[in-house]
Unconditional design. Structure first.
Length: 285
């Protein structure tokens, strides 16, 4: 049986102050999309776009309408990674494939946000499917079908970042017992995409990877300094971002003041400097 999913779409970082977080990421050299409010659910976002993937900064605009899960996560943990979205080309077909694989789903549900371009109001539309029983429960995992992909990436310059970032390479998840996630992820992505790795395992998707590892593995991967201020597992521990030139990205980070930490693989901004999860910058080459 073909696995339901094979590619990643975007990572969600929940932030208490969207404007302040946006300024911080802009100082790191990222270009962000204009702020846009989701219709009827009390949240707004700004996105860091790459070809095929992106990072969403998500803030609350109306606590009465925002999900209790988002409100509780921000109250309990503060800023940090809260969601992983997997790519779907057709929400209805994806829903059928997920159910065939024995996975519980909620949806598809329609989501939209306005986008003003050249003085004209457009509506960006999505169809999402929640995976409510997929561990770990602390991370919202769902599929995202871009109904209007031409609007999601309406401006090519949104993908041009001063720090040279050109894509997500890997999502790093922390878990006390990575083995507990292995079987559910095998059902979601297919056993052939999973590889054993020190301190856990890796899922090799078509456009990037997801590494699941113990806290000891996180320290080994990020270094002890780079793993400071990590959220308690299970959690999104780090985003690994490809950049054209690590040295050039480092110079921009130095100028912004977050003190990147050098590792054999590139540079790390610890979670305390990057809104609740570490950012790793590695070479695209």
């Amino acid at each position: 049986m073909t696995a339901p999913l094979n590619a990643f779409d975007h990572a969600v970082i929940a932030v208490r102050d969207l404007k302040a977080a946006s300024r911080d990421f802009e100082r790191m050299g990222f270009r962000l999309t204009p702020e846009a409010e989701h219709e009827g659910i009390g949240t707004a976002n700004r996105c860091i776009m790459f070809p095929g993937t992106y990072i969403e900064l998500l803030g609350v605009t109306d606590p009465q309408k925002a999900s209790t899960r988002l409100i509780a996560a921000l109250a309990d943990r503060g800023d940090g990674g809260i969601g992983l979205a997997y790519a779907s080309a057709n929400a209805d077909a994806t829903a059928a494939a997920l159910m065939d694989a024995g996975l519980a789903i909620d949806g598809p549900a329609d989501l939209s946000r306005p986008l003003d371009l050249d003085g004209e109001r457009n509506v960006v539309r999505f169809r999402n499917i929640r995976l409510p029983d997929l561990p770990p429960a602390s991370i919202a995992q769902f599929t995202c079908h871009h109904v209007t992909p031409e609007l999601t990436r309406a401006r090519h310059e949104w993908e041009l970042h001063a720090n040279g970032a050109d894509g997500l390479a890997e999502i790093v998840l922390s878990a006390e017992e990575p083995s507990q996630l292995r079987a559910p992820y095998a059902r979601l992505f297919g056993e052939a995409r999973l590889r054993e790795a020190p301190h856990g395992f890796v899922v090799r998707l078509e456009n990037m990877a997801i590494a699941v590892m113990t806290p000891v593995g996180i320290e080994t991967r990020l270094t002890v300094k780079g793993a400071r201020n990590q959220p308690s597992p299970p959690a999104i521990a780090a985003l690994s971002i490809r950049v054209k030139e690590v040295d050039a990205a480092g110079a921009m980070l130095d100028a912004a003041g977050p003190d990147p930490i050098e590792t054999p693989h590139g540079l790390i901004l610890p979670a305390g400097r990057a809104h609740g999860l570490a950012l790793e910058f590695i070479s695209s080459h």
